[in-house]
Design a protein around this ligand. Structure first.
Ligand SMILES: Nc1ncnc2c1ncn2[C@@H]1O[C@H](COP(=O)(O)OP(=O)(O)OP(=O)(O)O)[C@@H](O)[C@H]1O
Length: 215
């Protein structure tokens, strides 16, 4: 699989956030987005996920296992700043919802809920309401969502915020494992994720826009 972005530009409201963002990632490839607050990392992830329309540019995913015309968003897990879990449902109920919602077919079936909970180090508390858990436990279970359905592309926004050191290592292991199986990861982060091989793209916000980047 190959994920290509060509000359992407994005706008939020009236503001142009970035222009001319291009990259190529193949099986096992990771891209880490860095840059100051407000430089457009989350915006770029949302564009890739298909949650925001790019102002300009093109995104494409190709490969033997990719159906013609497949959208990047449909092949992606998007882990945003928010965990996208219902506070009043139990962890197991939340993960069951995501498993059903995200696994369209045999090919996209992921791990069992208990297996995914074990993988994030919290196998014994899936019966608790999500809202009872600490911020770090909630984030760990948001990561378990990546495991209950298979999506080859992981789009991660500040994935390790609120995590302790052991959870950082656990998460680096999950990501390395995904990459080792040919997955692709794009992560926005202020902290090193501990990935052995990752390209870095530093976002600089409005720079370029003033320099006539529209051409
Ligand atoms: N819904 C929105 N409407 C208008 N402007 C927005 C919206 N969301 C974000 N922005 C603006 O877009 C710019 C880029 O924000 P973005 O969240 O992509 O930055 P970031 O690099 O992820 O920042 P951080 O490191 O703080 O998470 C900021 O100036 C922000 O104010």
């Amino acid at each position: 699989m190959r994920l290509t972005a060509e000359s992407l530009a994005a706008r939020r409201g009236e503001e142009l956030i970035f222009t001319n963002v291009s990259f190529n990632l193949e099986d096992g490839g990771a891209l880490v987005l860095t840059g100051p607050n407000g430089s457009g990392k989350s915006t770029l992830l949302r564009v890739i996920a298909g949650l925001l329309r790019p102002e300009r540019g093109r995104l494409a995913v190709t490969g033997a296992a990719v159906e013609t015309g497949a959208r990047v968003g449909d092949l992606s897990h998007y882990l945003g700043h928010r965990n996208a879990m219902k506070q009043e449902l139990t962890v197991a109920e939340n993960l069951a919802f995501w498993k059903t919602f995200l696994s369209g077919s045999e090919r996209t079936a992921g791990q069992d809920i208990e297996e995914a909970a074990e993988a994030v180090g919290l196998g014994d508390i899936t019966h608790l309401p999500y809202g009872y858990l600490s911020a770090g436990q909630q984030r760990r279970f948001a990561m378990a969502k990546l495991l209950v359905a298979h999506r080859p592309i992981w789009l991660l926004d500040e994935p390790t915020a609120a995590l302790d050191a052991s959870a950082d290592r656990m998460f680096a292991g999950l990501v390395e494992n995904h990459l080792g199986r040919g997955g692709i990861v794009i992560a926005a982060t202020h902290q090193p994720l501990g990935l052995e091989k990752a390209d870095e793209m530093r976002m600089s916000g409005f720079a370029g826009v003033d320099q006539g980047a529209w051409g």
